[in-house]
Design a protein around this ligand. Structure first.
Ligand SMILES: [Zn+2]
Ligand SMILES: [Zn+2]
Length: 236
């Protein structure tokens, strides 16, 4: 073979390699979307999906954003405070019980027969920091203005939503006063968590409308339960 022939052979070989590489890379680039779909996307899912999953799990188990303070007023039975605290702890992870306090001045109606519930929740709100809810407990009668009634006696009253509510033992009758008291407690706390009155006849958030319907209330309905669960309550 002559030198010229050998040179020609190298040129042909080089051309062949260049053409091969060009075809190879053209193929890779033109099929990039296929590789992206088949390799990169599954890798992305494998890397990020467990993280999303974890975030959603931790959101489900997210601790309550609020702490509930139980604040008895002077004269409220200690046994009932303990009962309410024990029952609430089953439904909410953060409960604090405070020592009883005296009623502040100027909280009664004009006739001095009842404490004004709206004044009491305003007073409790002024003592409550952010991320806390205070529930006041009293054995005395409490009232608020309801429509044409300037001084309407109530079981309880709460901001909706808000930082405070009050519950009275005074108007509860029957041999299951304790259970009724607790239903009023969770009703008023439901208001502070933003729940309005509920049309469900058996839901704890049903409006009393001046009657004692507490025996017919058996649970939080699914809608009310959803709101409370989101707020950190632990409901079965
Ligand atoms: Zn209510
Ligand atoms: Zn409801």
């Amino acid at each position: 073979m002559t030198d010229d022939c050998r040179l020609l052979k190298y040129v042909i070989t080089d051309c062949f390699v260049i053409v091969f590489l060009k075809v190879f890379f053209t193929e890779i680039i033109s099929n990039m979307s296929k590789y992206l779909y088949k390799i990169i996307l599954p890798a992305f899912i494998v890397i990020f999906f467990p993280a999303c999953n974890q975030r959603s799990n931790s959101a489900d188990k997210e601790p309550s954003k609020k702490t509930i303070i139980i604040q008895p007023f002077a004269g409220f039975p200690e046994s009932e405070t303990k009962f309410i605290a024990a029952e609430l702890k089953k439904l909410h992870p953060d409960i604090l019980v405070k020592e009883p306090i005296a009623f502040p001045e100027n909280m009664m109606n004009a006739a001095k027969t009842r404490y004004r519930a709206d004044s009491l929740i305003r007073f409790l709100k002024s003592r409550t920091k952010d991320d806390y809810i205070t529930i006041g407990l009293t054995k005395n009668d409490i009232s608020t203005t309801k429509g044409k009634y300037a001084d309407w006696g109530v079981f309880g009253l709460g901001y909706c939503p808000g930082k405070s509510c009050i519950v009275s033992l005074y108007r509860l009758k029957g041999n299951n006063k304790r259970e009724k008291l607790f239903k009023v407690v969770i009703h008023e706390l439901g208001h502070t968590e933003g729940l309005p009155h509920c049309p469900c006849n058996t839901c704890y958030m049903r409006d009393a409308e001046g009657k004692d319907r507490l025996n017919s209330l058996t649970h939080f309905c699914p809608d009310c339960r959803k709101t409370l669960t989101h707020a950190g309550w632990v409901l079965e």
